[in-house]
Ligand binder design. Structure first.
Ligand code: DGJ
Length: 446
């Protein structure tokens, strides 16, 4: 019985262990804003205009899947692409979890539609993952928009298209949006209404399917505010957004309120610093446009702001700028390092800490892989052994499973600890330099 237990454990533990060890050799220690970000397979992450859902210990990144070889003018949207991660640095490709329809021309998702800025929210009542996205039907263009809604029973999908509605209570619908879930579970759709570009808020029904009641104007929020991201901290609602200039970057804008349905206060541009890689300053949000703010789990007051660098001629090559959010007098700011000296110091420190974490994490993996290698090597798993193995009694299988689950649980707890340290460390490494020169902005129709 011991032999079977060993073989079973070896099968269950050694294979994932080896896999993991290979992946971790390419493990990312830091976020490198504005640079190519590869997933754990080594492919550039393809999840633009995205958002993050944290569910049962895992972060899920959902974004626009851009088709290779197409420009924005050539039907580039392929659906929603999902990645998963436990550390916000290393992302596993979970595939395209909602695809456009390449066969049915009449489908709302017929290839040729524009599908942008997906955000996924978990609905506790229905135990359902609900994806929202900007949906412009094929051949319609940016004049009239819909909010597309798709649902799934698990975070990695598949998401099934459910329906669409016009946001903002307008027959022309609405554009960029944020889905904000308040502490009481109520979900709000904050969006720029078409065609007047007023910024409005509406509440969704308990299923998170349709708006319930009327939208109302968010007093104090400028017209033409796009790319909104809403978060709540210490009873205050914060809205980070952009102006409207198509795919070209413009300056970020920031508002707060004590009442999500009430009046907002404008605080100007909350960004500081410079993107040295692309030579862009805060007048163009480092070359990016906001898409989401991630609350980092397990670290008090830690948030990461996500921005997209759009590349409309070749959208699949668009990049991501993730920066730490800082709080001063209750207000947020998004900062890069204004001085090279500070940046270098931060990188050195994080590498020291991060390196240590990775090392211990790898050690755990190696130990598990090594142990199971011995077991596996000594007992070749041929057809005979397999037959014997398949004949073992259910209670024994149960024991083996319990033991495996217990081991995995311990390993998982150790991994979580390491990952948390690492997340803390990565906040201090952002390769940005001194303040840049001012630039202009142009309006668009989206
Ligand atoms: C800006 C929006 O934020 C993007 O999602 C996209 O719709 C572009 N405009 C299109 O010009």
């Amino acid at each position: 019985m011991k032999v079977f237990t060993s073989i079973f454990l070896a099968l269950l533990i050694s294979c994932p262990g080896r896999d993991q060890a290979q992946k971790f050799s390419a493990m990312q220690k830091n976020i490198h804003p504005a640079q190519i970000w590869s997933d754990t397979n080594g492919n550039a992450i393809n999840a633009h205009g995205g958002g993050i859902l944290f569910f049962e210990g895992i972060y899920y990144w959902y974004g626009e899947h851009k088709l290779d070889g197409k420009s924005e003018a050539q039907y580039v949207d392929g659906g929603i692409h999902c990645y998963s991660s436990s550390d916000l640095l290393n992302w596993k490709d979970e595939g395209v979890v909602l695809t456009v329809d390449y066969k049915d021309e009449k489908s709302d998702l017929a290839y040729g539609c524009i599908l942008e800025r997906p955000k996924v929210v978990y609905n506790e009542k229905n135990k359902q993952f609900v994806a929202f996205f900007k949906l412009y039907l094929k051949g319609v263009g940016y004049e009239t928009s819909n909010v597309g809604v798709a649902v799934a029973n698990q975070p990695t999908g598949p998401f099934i298209y459910h329906h669409k509605f016009h946001g903002g209570g307008s027959p022309n619908g609405s554009g960029d949006f944020s889905m904000f879930r308040d502490d009481d579970g109520k979900l709000y759709h904050l969006t720029v209404r078409k065609p007047d570009k007023a910024f409005v808020i509406g509440r969704l029904d308990a299923d998170y399917y349709y708006p319930e009641g009327d939208y109302r104007i968010c007093e104090g929020i400028e017209l033409h505010t796009e790319a909104p991201v809403v978060l709540k901290r210490k009873g205050v609602y914060h809205l980070l957004g952009s102006g409207s200039s198509g795919w070209k970057p413009n300056a970020a804008r920031y508002f707060t309120t004590d009442n999500v349905l009430g009046k907002w206060t404008y605080h100007g541009n909350p960004c500081h610093g410079y993107n040295k890689i692309d030579s862009v300053g805060i007048e163009k949000t480092f070359g990016g446009q906001s898409s989401y703010i991630i609350p980092v789990q397990g670290i008090n007051d830690a948030y990461i702001a996500m921005f997209d660098i759009w590349r409309p001629e070749n959208p699949v090559t668009g990049r991501y700028i993730w920066l730490p959010v800082k709080w001063k007098d209750g207000n947020l700011s998004v900062e890069s390092y204004p001085h090279e000296r500070d940046r270098q110091k931060a990188i050195q420190q994080a590498e020291k800490d991060g390196g240590k974490n990775i090392q211990s994490f790898m050690e755990i993996q190696d130990r598990v892989a090594d142990q199971s290698k011995g077991l596996y090597g000594a007992n070749q798993f041929g057809p005979e052994t397999w037959t014997q193995f398949m004949n073992v009694q259910t209670p024994m299988m149960q024991n083996m499973m319990n033991s495996y689950v217990e081991q995995s649980k311990n390993l998982f707890v150790q991994m979580q600890d390491k990952m948390q340290d690492q997340t803390r460390a990565m906040f201090s490494t952002f390769p940005f330099g001194p303040q840049g020169a001012p630039g202009g902005q142009k309006e668009d129709k989206s």
